[in-house]
Design a protein around this ligand. Structure first.
Ligand SMILES: C[S@@+](CC[C@H](N)C(=O)[O-])C[C@H]1O[C@@H](n2cnc3c(N)ncnc32)[C@H](O)[C@@H]1O
Length: 375
């Protein structure tokens, strides 16, 4: 059989040339972020981590965690026999590794019955993490970390509305800002499941990387410190304006027409912060190696955004509605700041802004006759 060689991070690996298993370079950022976050967490705990990886695939994340971050033990699982055979051949000699070839749901139930808990639980499915989530709470240590991934773009981006209700109990949004709302729908769902188990999560970082949504959450016991105002809805008015609706805040209403028909509701979703600035800064500092160069750039974008502002506008969407050109983003941001508003870039969309400004102030960006602001 023919084999191809690859290198990612500090790990070299070989894969057979077949369509049954494959290397996915688009998930590299997620693996880089996992390595860096695991370094930071081990430093915080002053000891190496105990990791559960529910869907290891061919074991690339597994090998990167074992090679590049402090890991004491790692339970690596995958239900697919082809992937598992490669996983096994790569990892069977590492005394820190326990291998399983089981359905994640079944493995989670077994681990729960055995009362085994981990510092880090990684869920990296194809599609939604929703089916596994009710079980995950039972295997993560208090103050431990859950790293959840979703790749179901048609669902989180509102093209399959029934599926978004099925997976996330939420109405998703079909439009240019869908990646932001999808990220917040995912976090909102994870939080609601944790709350039901009398726990809550604190997002350490939450990103859309152009391919998938990822959130790393610290899991806390109890719900006393959970703020119910951090979940709510976003309503889109006929003008294109977005408004958040938290409990206790009046619902937005459209001036013309019947708002039942004209206001589009998105959610329920997470309206709180996406990242923990100190944690992400520590990840940035831990990214010494040259091969983390692109990931350091990504983390810089993450650190620069006002992630507690859930309203995001894609400027090209507003421009298209008006039949105008898109003004330069930096000029829009500086004008909004000059008006006293908070405004920032968005880590996953080069044409979008995060703002707390009323829509009328955002539209002022187009006030110049050419549609382009003077510096
Ligand atoms: C995205 S890949 C994992 C990639 C891997 N985590 C990495 O970063 O290299 C998803 C894997 O989930 C496995 N999988 C899907 N459903 C599963 C289930 N219910 N239980 C266990 N494994 C499952 C698939 O076989 C596949 O290998």
């Amino acid at each position: 059989m023919e084999w191809n060689s690859y290198q990612e991070g500090a790990v070299e690996f070989q894969l057979p040339v077949t369509n049954r298993v494959f290397y996915n370079p688009r998930a590299r950022l997620s693996r880089d972020l996992a390595v860096l976050a695991a370094r930071v967490e081990a430093e915080r705990l002053e000891r190496p981590l105990n990791v559960l990886e529910l869907m290891s695939g061919i074991g690339l994340r597994t090998r990167r965690l074992l090679t590049e971050s402090p890991v004491e033990s790692l339970l690596a699982n995958d239900a697919n026999m082809d992937a598992f055979e490669i996983l096994q051949s790569n990892l069977k000699d590492d005394p820190r590794v326990e291998l399983r070839n089981d359905l994640a749901q079944r493995l989670l139930a077994r681990l729960y019955l055995e009362d085994r808990r981990f510092d880090w639980v990684d869920i990296d499915p194809f599609g939604t993490p929703a089916p596994y989530f009710p079980w995950v709470q039972g295997v993560c240590k208090w103050e431990g970390l859950i790293y959840a991934t979703a790749t179901d773009a048609p669902v989180l981006c509102g093209a399959q509305r029934l599926e978004s209700l099925k997976s996330y109990d939420a109405v998703a949004y079909y439009g240019r800002e869908c990646h932001e709302f999808g990220l917040r729908i995912l976090i909102g769902f994870l939080q609601r499941r944790l709350i039901q188990a009398n726990m809550h999560g604190d997002p350490l970082f939450s990103v859309f990387d152009g391919y998938s949504w990822r959130s790393l959450m610290r899991v806390h016991k109890g719900t006393r410190n959970y703020n119910p105002e951090s979940q709510g809805f976003i309503a889109q008015l006929p003008s294109g304006e977005y408004r958040t609706a938290r409990s206790g805040i009046p619902v937005p209403s459209a001036k013309e027409g019947d708002w039942y028909e004209t206001v589009r509701w998105i959610g329920p979703l997470w309206l709180g912060h996406l990242h923990d600035r100190d944690f992400v800064t520590a990840m940035f500092r831990a990214a010494d190696e040259e091969y983390f160069k692109a990931t350091r750039r990504f983390l810089t974008r993450v650190l620069l955004e006002a992630d507690d502002l859930p309203v995001v506008y894609d400027l090209s969407e507003i421009a298209d509605r008006m039949g105008r050109e898109v003004p330069p983003r930096q000029l829009v941001l500086s004008r909004l700041r000059a008006l006293g508003h908070r405004a920032s870039e968005v880590h996953h969309n080069g044409r979008a802004i995060r703002v707390d400004a009323p829509f009328a102030d955002i539209l002022k960006a187009w006030d110049e006759p050419s549609g382009i602001l003077e510096p």
